[in-house]
Design a protein around this ligand. Structure first.
Ligand code: S3P
Length: 166
């Protein structure tokens, strides 16, 4: 059964837009929250104690678990989910993949003072955001069925556009 899958950089609003889609009857799965519940640990602690590779494996495991459930969800993915080819294939099998594209300046404004993203810890200049975005853009694009620019739109408007395409 086909789900709506939201991908994109940290701060793009995947979970916020996902919550808008819940109003249209979808069940929301936030892969970060799902992994935290399975591991009984925060994302920061998983990165610190078990490492990023372990977290990436947990992400793949989460997608496989969702796939066998054969239910319709809106799935809000962690920002690094589409980085591996295996995950990109799993995401497409899960349903319609929407890339919520955000500009680096908007990410920096939205995530100022955030302490929950281990990959952006200490990135005061925003250099890491810019570098990671450049490295990831091609993966986001190749993993997506369509792209929505989020910077000038409200979560409700984005959810409407996604719902129309579905
Ligand atoms: C990550 C994004 C985070 C979370 C983890 C790693 C990434 O999710 O999965 O900190 O590699 O971009 P959000 O995109 O929901 O912040």
């Amino acid at each position: 059964m086909s789900s709506i899958v939201l991908i994109g950089f940290m701060g793009a609003g995947k979970t916020t837009v996902g919550k808008e889609l819940v109003k249209k009857g979808f069940e929301l799965i936030d892969t970060d929250a799902y992994i935290e519940a399975c591991e009984k640990m925060s994302i920061s602690d998983i990165f610190a104690q078990k490492g990023e590779d372990y977290f990436r494996q947990a992400e793949t495991k989460a997608l496989k678990t969702l796939l066998v459930q054969d239910k319709q969800f809106v799935i809000s993915c962690g920002g690094g989910m589409p980085l591996s080819e295996e995950n990109r294939k799993l995401l497409k099998k899960l349903g319609m993949v929407v890339y919520l594209r955000i500009q680096p300046e908007t990410v920096l404004a939205r995530l100022k003072g955030d302490t929950t993203r281990p990959l952006l810890k200490g990135d005061d200049s925003g250099e890491r955001v810019r570098t990671l975005m450049k490295q990831r853009e091609a993966h986001y694009l190749s993993g997506a069925d369509f792209v929505l620019d989020v910077d000038q739109k409200t979560p409700g408007e984005l959810a409407e556009e996604i719902f129309k395409e579905f």
